[in-house]
Design a protein around this ligand. Structure first.
Ligand code: SF4
Ligand code: SF4
Length: 384
């Protein structure tokens, strides 16, 4: 069956190339570009100033050897890959960035940022890691206001609470559309593939909501058309997989490819490179839009938070909506936060939801593809 691609109009070409073209166009026009490394970077504030955010997290094995000339080998590949590109000067997104925004998430990233600060102006936000403490919201609000001042001073630009409010409203509209798109993966069988979900998320983030909304609406029309035509991926018997854990992209996409090769369907990629970026709405028309932003961003359930019960709550909502048959927790090698948290996640998934659970710990190399395949085949045998 011929499946009409979702991403024709306005989304031609490989996602990375398309994002690069978008950045180059803005760079040529003199628009400031700031690099970001994390979901905690408040996009709405950045975009309310007309600044373009460039995602700098890297998922390629290629620069890791270079990175290991400075960083320890037993470090998360995401940090090594991101720094390796900086060291080699081969990341066009980093080269184009006029400044970088960083957050105190995990120790590895935090210390890598100190090295990156030797190359670019870098602003670090002190992220509260006990999100339920009463001071956390006030402290994070202060950090966002400080970021505002850094951007205003660095780029001689200004934003206002009204502009931030408008960016919040636009961002909410984009997130709601993204969630509608993901709803097509909740169907049995799904009407959207993991590749499409991944590409849409990747392409959506640097653009403003205004730019991207018409394209998302077209995609929704195409998905509705697919439903009418009976187009879907896999079969009713294909194992449905929720993939939780560390961000997945580039060479780490091997996990999704192996699941697919084993006959499974990735119907809910819940990490920061998947659905997490589009969860929930930011409060609109609040008396303090920066505080509203701070509240939403503080609720992001990253394993660097303690306790991180919101991740379990979000997992429950995702499981109830997308009805997976199994949960796979993808942990990047040497990511202690997600690795230790996987014990609680596994206990929760098997105990509360009675679903099979598998932790896969891996890096960006392809050395363990055979081993991962064997584990996933064994997992699928349990449910068939
Ligand atoms: S997993 Fe945590 S540290 Fe990594 S991008 Fe997401 S929020 Fe940031
Ligand atoms: S995957 Fe883990 S160790 Fe790596 S950057 Fe993210 S939180 Fe840090």
């Amino acid at each position: 069956m011929n499946i009409t691609p979702l991403m024709n109009d306005g989304f031609d070409g490989q996602p990375a190339k398309r994002v690069l073209k978008y950045m180059e166009r803005h760079k040529d026009q003199g628009t400031p570009i700031v690099g970001i490394y994390c979901s905690y970077a408040p996009l709405e504030l950045i975009q309310s100033m007309g600044i373009v955010p460039a995602v700098l997290c890297s998922f390629s094995d290629a620069p890791i050897t270079s990175a290991e000339s400075v960083l320890p080998a037993n470090l998360c590949p995401l940090i090594k890959s991101s720094y390796g590109f900086i060291l080699e000067g081969t990341c066009p997104f980093f080269s184009m960035s006029d400044a970088v925004i960083a957050e105190t998430t995990c120790d590895g990233k935090k210390k890598m940022f100190e090295l990156a600060a030797e190359i670019k102006p870098l602003h670090v936000m002190d992220l509260p890691q006990l999100p339920d403490e009463p001071e956390a919201l006030q402290n994070w609000t202060t950090m966002i206001r400080k970021l505002q001042r850094f951007l205003e001073t660095t780029f001689q630009l200004e934003t206002t609470d009204q502009k931030i409010e408008q960016a919040i409203k636009n961002g909410n509209k984009r997130n709601r559309k993204m969630r509608k798109i993901y709803d097509f993966a909740a169907m049995h069988p799904p009407v959207i593939s993991w590749e499409e979900m991944y590409d849409i998320g990747f392409l959506t983030l640097p653009s403003t909501a205004d730019e991207v909304l018409p394209t998302l609406e077209k995609m929704l029309e195409r998905l509705r058309e697919r439903v009418k035509q009976g187009v879907h991926f896999g079969t009713l018997d294909s194992p449905r997989v929720l993939v939780s854990g560390c961000p997945v992209g580039g060479d780490a996409l091997k996990i999704f490819k192996i699941i697919e090769d084993c006959g499974g369907l990735v119907i809910a990629p819940d990490s920061c490179t998947g659905m997490k970026a589009f969860v929930g709405d930011i409060e609109e028309n609040s008396p303090d839009p920066v505080k509203a932003l701070a509240k939403r961003y503080l609720e992001i359930p990253c394993a660097c938070m303690s306790p991180n019960d919101r991740r379990l709550e979000l997992l429950s909502q995702t499981i109830e909506h997308f009805k997976p048959d199994v949960v796979i927790d993808f942990v990047l090698t040497a990511c202690h936060s997600f690795n230790i948290e996987s014990y609680k996640v596994g206990r929760y998934v098997t105990g509360k939801h009675d679903l099979p659970y598998l932790k896969i710990e891996s890096d960006y190399s392809d050395n363990d593809v055979g081993q991962i395949r064997t584990k996933i085949e064994a997992l699928f045998e349990i449910i068939q």
